[in-house]
Design a protein around this ligand. Structure first.
Ligand code: NCD
Length: 301
């Protein structure tokens, strides 16, 4: 079987393709492109909770004229009747489905779907592994702000270890020449990144004035059994609040992939900060996903 074009992580896009996806995002946001996916069957399979990602994939598919089916885990014979993932993929292919968007707690699950399915697969988040469309919309938001990322310093703060968003975003930022600083307590920062030219920083206050952008992360409590430090310790070292905002450069921006937990990684003053870009990120999620789906199915035009 021919493996069709899929997006499992950012490495699946060459630099030219990455630039093309951003160019198309801008076009699609400026004017609806019409039914570029007319007649294409698209199944969304989300085995984990999702608000932003699920809704924006749905809207992107509908805006491109795809025939959309949403399969919740309880609807899938895969989950309850012993059907294998591979047989599910064959079955959906025989039904004329061309695109599967999948979120799953198991790292590598979307790759397995892609190997078994004669169509396009988009990873909407697999365990702690990758979340390429979130990384794309984060990077698009940064590019919109700064024009280019060479020489810009982006701090990613918090539970990097369990964040698939961080893992994909770090790769993308490095490719575009940004300096990446990972900030957080020892227990949340993977050491192997230090070998890849990425700065590891425990002292959030010390590094604040050097950053052009901050990406805050949620503590992903569903991915570990016991919180390795107390909430109070985390808040005192890493919560972004009014006092820390005052240390930032005047043009610095603050982002978050969502969902954010008020009181933990940020307090309410961040939501009123002039450089808070969360809603912009969410907004770009639709255009980015339209651009990705169009590119995977129709290629470059
Ligand atoms: C993230 C996710 O699910 O990986 N959210 C998102 O897709 N926007 C981050 C998180 O859950 O904290």
């Amino acid at each position: 079987m021919r493996i069709r074009r899929s997006l499992i992580d950012l490495d699946d896009l060459t630099p030219r393709e990455l630039a093309y996806v951003f160019e198309r995002t801008e076009q699609f946001e400026a004017a609806p492109p019409g039914a570029l996916l007319d007649g294409f069957g698209c199944v969304n399979m989300f085995f984990e909770e999702s608000t932003r990602t699920f809704t924006s994939f749905n809207l992107a598919e509908l805006r491109l004229g795809a025939a959309v089916v949403n399969l919740a885990p309880r609807d899938l014979s895969l989950a309850t009747k012993g059907e294998t993932l591979e047989d599910t993929a064959l079955t959906l292919g025989a039904l004329g489905v061309s695109i599967i968007v999948v979120r799953h707690h198991e790292p590598g699950f979307p790759q397995r779907v892609a190997l078994a399915f004669d169509g396009h697969v988009v990873n909407a988040g697999d365990g702690v592994h990758a979340h390429p469309t979130q990384a794309l919309l984060d990077i698009y938001t940064l590019l919109e702000e700064f024009g280019e990322l060479k020489g810009r310093s982006v701090g990613i703060v918090g539970d990097v270890l369990h964040s698939r968003v961080a893992h994909s975003t770090i790769r993308g930022l490095q490719r575009l020449g940004a300096a990446v600083v990972l900030i957080g307590p020892e227990c949340f920062l993977p050491h192997d990144y230090a070998d890849e030219g990425i700065t590891i920083e425990r002292d959030f206050d010390g590094v604040l004035p050097q950053l052009d952008a901050i990406v805050l992360l949620r503590i992903q409590r569903e991915r570990f059994v016991e919180m390795p430090i107390t909430d109070e310790e985390y808040v005192s070292g890493y919560r972004l609040d009014e006092r820390r905002l005052a240390q930032l450069r005047s043009e610095a921006i603050v982002m978050h992939p969502g969902p954010y937990n008020r009181g933990m990684e940020l307090d309410d003053s961040v939501l009123e900060f002039a450089g808070w870009r969360y809603l912009k990120q969410v907004h770009h999620g639709v255009g980015i996903r339209m651009a990705v789906l169009d590119f995977l199915v129709n290629g470059r035009r």
